[in-house]
Design a protein around this ligand. Structure first.
Ligand SMILES: [Zn+2]
Length: 161
C-alpha cells in the first residue's frame, strides 16, 4: 500500500484524519493525524456540574476575602522608645517596671533596646502600667484598595478646570 502522505510503500496503512482530510497513511505519518475511527464529534453540551460549582465558589470567594481582611492591630515600630520614654518619665528603673509587671529585667531590657518584641500579654501589661499605646491599627491592603482614593481620571481633571 502507498502512504497517501509521504508516498512510501508500506504493508499496512492507517486511516487517519489530518486537518479534516481523511487519508490512508503509514505508521510514521499516522502520528500527525487522528485515527479516523476514534474521531467522535464532541457535543457542545453544558459544563460538568463540578466545573460549574467551582466557578460559583470562585465568584463567591472574592467579596468574602475583602470581608475577612478587617483592620488589624500591630505593634508600633518604635515600641522600644515608647516604653523607655514612658518608664523614665515615671522615674522608674527597668527593675522597678519589671517588678510591677511581673517580668524579668533581662526581658524588659531587651525590649527597650528593640532586640525583642513583646508578646500580646506583655504588650497589654506595659500599656496598662505605663499608660501608653503600643499598637496601631493597620488597614489591610485589600480594604485599602477598596476605600482608598482612586486615581484621577481624565474626566476629573477636566471637571476641576
Ligand atoms: Zn507516510
Amino acid at each position: 500500500m502507498i502512504c497517501e502522505m509521504c508516498g512510501k510503500d508500506v504493508t499496512f496503512c492507517k486511516k487517519v484524519t489530518i486537518e479534516g482530510v481523511h487519508l490512508e497513511v503509514c505508521a510514521e505519518c499516522a502520528k500527525f493525524g487522528k485515527e479516523a475511527r476514534k474521531e467522535t464529534p464532541k457535543p457542545e453540551g453544558p459544563k460538568p456540574i463540578i466545573t460549574q460549582r467551582l466557578e460559583v465558589r470562585e465568584k463567591r470567594g472574592k467579596p468574602r476575602d475583602i470581608y475577612v481582611a478587617q483592620e488589624t492591630e500591630e505593634l508600633v515600630d518604635d515600641f522600644a522608645k515608647r516604653i523607655r520614654g514612658a518608664r523614665e518619665r515615671r522615674g522608674m528603673s527597668q527593675k522597678d517596671l519589671a517588678m510591677k509587671i511581673n517580668e524579668r529585667v533581662t526581658i524588659l531590657s531587651k525590649i527597650e533596646t528593640g532586640d525583642m518584641r513583646p508578646d500580646e500579654k506583655l504588650i497589654a501589661k506595659l500599656q496598662k502600667e505605663l499608660g501608653i499605646t503600643l499598637k496601631e491599627k493597620v488597614a489591610p491592603v485589600l480594604a485599602a484598595k477598596e476605600s482608598g482614593p482612586r486615581p484621577l481620571t481624565l474626566a476629573d481633571m477636566i471637571r476641576t478646570k
